[in-house]
Design a protein around this ligand. Structure first.
Ligand code: AMP
Ligand code: MG
Length: 322
């Protein structure tokens, strides 16, 4: 949350009459390669809830990270081409969800993007050479991932590598919000990098959630009044480097194995964070025309797109500002 907004919230809450302990409480930590942040209203000390959220998100990181050597996902990447692997129901359900999005997006959302995507090192600023990239891109094809009965998965191509980076943060937020709801929390804002969920309203008024300006990390491109909704922004500024004047970033077109180049920011609003997350990555890959067409077909789902020229486009259900 932008600091100015947070201090406004804290000031506002301190003016309200409330029981001795009821207050906005806030916590931030690093997980899943990004920053997690939660703000909630509670009459009790929220420290145990914050600890429970941290624990749940570390659990998911250990399950799903391609970089944690004995995560289920890393094991599948190592072994599923040799023989079918039995995985947890939870991981299996995420693979099914990913397959659904692969089908819905005509292949734009493809967790096997990693077959080529893992050859980039965004921290070091290195890319594969053209020949290596082309060879690896031939292995991007989610139809190589066979989901078998009894929670088994097999890869039909030994060059296949998967990564749930386009959907895992959204899933983690949904899990976190369930945890908060079960604890009786009615008003909260939970975010992981570009993904967030706002639970309830902000003591009678909507929360003001900002979309980051894609080219100025300290600026907000626009602020939306939201409650009980998931919001996910995919941007070309989240993980990138510049090479020979070209921006090389983390959202990969499955056709080319290269960064998707048409858009700079895609924000999805919908009911569940897992869907918002998958769809923001998908629309980023699809580009403006196909992306808008897809979102306009889906119920209760909105999109705000910013392209390379800085033009903003909205799905049909939103009324653009004059
Ligand atoms: P997000 O910030 O939610 O758009 O997620 C970006 C992440 O999605 C990247 O860091 C990759 O882990 C993953 N990703 C990149 N390209 C794709 C793609 N075409 N399909 C699915 N996931 C992708
Ligand atoms: Mg995403």
């Amino acid at each position: 949350m932008p600091r100015a907004l947070l201090s406004a919230l804290l000031l506002f809450s301190s003016l309200l009459p409330h029981s001795a302990l009821a207050q906005w409480q806030q916590h931030q930590w690093d997980v899943m390669g990004t920053r997690a942040s939660v703000t909630l209203w509670s009459e009790q000390d929220a420290a145990p809830l914050f600890a429970a959220l941290e624990k749940e998100m570390s659990r998911l990181n250990i399950l799903l990270s391609p970089w944690v050597e004995d995560s289920e996902l890393a094991k599948v990447n190592r072994l599923a081409a040799s023989e079918a692997q039995t995985i947890s129901a939870e991981f299996y359900a995420l693979l099914e969800k990913s397959r659904d999005y692969y089908q819905l997006t005509g292949g734009a959302f493809d967790i096997s993007f990693a077959s080529a995507g893992h050859l980039y090192d965004y921290r070091e600023g290195t890319s594969p050479d053209e020949e290596t990239l082309q060879e690896a891109t031939r292995h991007i094809d989610a139809s190589n991932i066979q989901l078998l009965p009894a929670n088994q998965v097999r890869f039909t191509d030994p060059g296949t590598t998967i990564d749930l980076g386009g959907i895992a943060k959204g899933y983690a937020i949904d899990q976190g919000i369930d945890l908060l709801k079960r604890a009786g929390i009615e008003q909260a804002w939970l975010s992981l990098g570009g993904d967030s969920y706002v639970l309830g309203d902000h003591r009678g008024r909507p929360w003001g959630v900002g979309i980051r300006h894609p080219r100025d990390k300290d600026a907000i491109a626009m602020r939306l009044p939201l409650s009980d909704i998931a919001m996910s922004t995919s941007g070309d500024y989240q993980r990138y480097f510049i090479s020979k004047g070209e921006r090389i970033h983390h959202i990969i077109s499955p056709e080319t194995g290269k960064s998707a180049g048409e858009l700079v920011s895609v924000t999805i609003l919908t009911e569940k964070s897992i869907d918002a997350d998958a769809l923001s990555t998908s629309v980023f890959v699809l580009g403006r025309e196909k992306g808008l067409a897809l979102i306009n077909r889906l119920a209760n789902t909105s999109v705000i797109i910013i392209d390379q020229q800085g033009e903003v486009y909205y799905s049909d259900d939103l009324v653009p500002p004059e």
